[in-house]
Design a protein around this ligand. Structure first.
Ligand code: ACO
Length: 383
């Protein structure tokens, strides 16, 4: 008897697969909370270290807890020598996200607790991953530019040290503050594609390094983490503010997607995009000619896209649209945007992995088979 065709949710759209207390998105109201705290408050008042603690432990730390956690992150910054060699060898030859995934996976070989599957050991491994993924990004940046990696400075906070080891200069207060906000905004976003894929790996009771490496590989795609790079490349291709409307109209007429717009969950303005837009506007007076020009282009593109597709199609700016000029203003090159995304999102990945393992169930959905059955096997010479 023919099987009745089940209801299929392509892309798992609208499917709930677990309970979680890490993050809540209201895609209609355009609101976002990490562990109950509105994203606006965290982005403006917190630090990446504190937000990582919040995500992992489920509550804000007291002063001493944060100091200890920040010290642990600082102590873990140095990369194993062989991981550094992998980065030096691969950088400039392939996509930085391939370098990052390989380097992240290699960390397991130098973790003496790699085989310890207790929750405490996995919390310690999470701290190592959060710290070292940022060091991997600055090393990729240095080696790709033909320079040696820099030694971390244990007296600097996570973001200040990142910018210092990337650029070789002590960063400005604006650069630290804006990059900090980006790290916070990108740290978590419920069951997005990369978090879900990390959980699929974790649900097999594989290890946390494997799960995080899966997340990195999933984040790489232009429909997910790479959209910020694509959005900046588009702003640069538009070239001048007066070319904006023509460029966007032609792209839409050619059925192209405008990167940095649209979202599976938000059918209104992404609250993270609002925060970054505000920071970009605040930069305008002090920024370079290029950042000023890219900002003007971005603002004109935003207006046109909202007029054309906002109310009518629910396509609004997402976090990736305004990120590029903000990163550039901090001295971060476009090739590192997606690796930075991974270095931020690792906090969310680890929080979800640890939560999921408390009530683990193998993730194994179904597909509806549409092929034929019971074909007769024909030996190769008789085909
Ligand atoms: N530009 C133009 N049209 C768009 C865009 C866009 N950015 N996004 C969606 N649309 C259109 C689609 O062409 C489609 O039109 P159609 O119904 O006429 O075919 C309609 O809107 C629905 O699009 P879907 O792809 O079905 O919507 P989905 O929920 O799968 O899309 C996605 C979400 C993948 C993010 C999409 O909006 C997109 O491709 N955006 C550009 C990439 C991007 O910015 N990604 C970053 C997302 S945020 C993050 O991951 C950090």
């Amino acid at each position: 008897m023919a099987e009745a065709k089940p209801n299929i949710n392509l892309g798992l759209e609208g499917v709930y697969f677990t309970e979680s207390s890490v993050c809540k998105i209201d895609g209609i109201a355009g609101r976002l909370w990490y562990r109950g705290y509105p994203i606006e408050e965290l982005a403006d008042q917190s630090t990446f270290e504190e937000v990582s603690y919040l995500l992992l432990y489920g509550r804000l730390p007291k002063r001493k807890e944060l100091d200890d956690f920040s010290s642990q992150l600082a102590e873990e910054r140095a990369l194993p020598e062989k991981t550094a060699r992998i980065i030096a060898d691969m950088s400039g030859k392939t996509d930085p996200m391939h370098v990052m995934a390989t380097a992240a996976s290699s960390l397991s070989a130098y973790d003496r607790e790699a085989d310890d599957t207790t929750r405490d050991a996995n919390l310690r491994k999470s701290v190592r991953l959060i710290s070292k993924l940022t060091s991997i990004v600055s090393s990729i940046g240095r080696y790709s530019a033909g320079m040696e990696a820099m030694q971390p400075d244990g007296n600097m906070g996570h973001i200040e040290n990142f910018l210092y080891t990337l650029t070789g200069r002590r960063p400005s207060a604006d650069a630290v503050s804006n990059t900090q906000a980006m790290f916070i905004l990108q740290a978590e976003h419920s069951s997005n594609a990369s978090t879900f894929s990390a959980l699929v790996t974790a649900s097999t009771l594989s290890d946390i390094y494997s799960a995080v490496t899966t997340g990195i590989n999933t984040l790489k795609g232009p429909l997910h983490g790479e959209a910020d790079e694509a959005a900046l490349r588009m702003l640069r291709a538009i070239g001048t503010p007066d070319n904006t409307e023509r460029y966007i109209e032609e792209a839409l007429a050619g059925k192209q997607r405008i990167m940095g717009f649209g979202h599976r969950i938000y059918k209104t303005y992404d609250p993270r995009a609002r925060i970054i837009k505000r920071r970009l506007e605040a930069l305008q007076g002090s920024a370079s000619e290029e950042i000023g020009r890219l900002t003007q282009i971005a603002l004109r593109a935003e207006k046109l896209m909202i007029d054309r597709l906002g109310q009518s199609h629910g396509i609004w700016p997402n976090i990736d649209f305004f990120a590029g000029p903000v990163y550039l203003s901090a001295g971060i090159p476009v090739e590192l945007f997606t690796p930075i995304f991974a270095a931020s999102r690792v906090s969310g990945w680890c929080a979800h992995i640890l939560e999921y393992w408390q009530n683990n169930r193998l993730i194994r959905p179904l597909d509806y088979y549409t092929g034929t059955l019971d074909l007769k096997y024909v030996p190769i010479d008789a085909r």
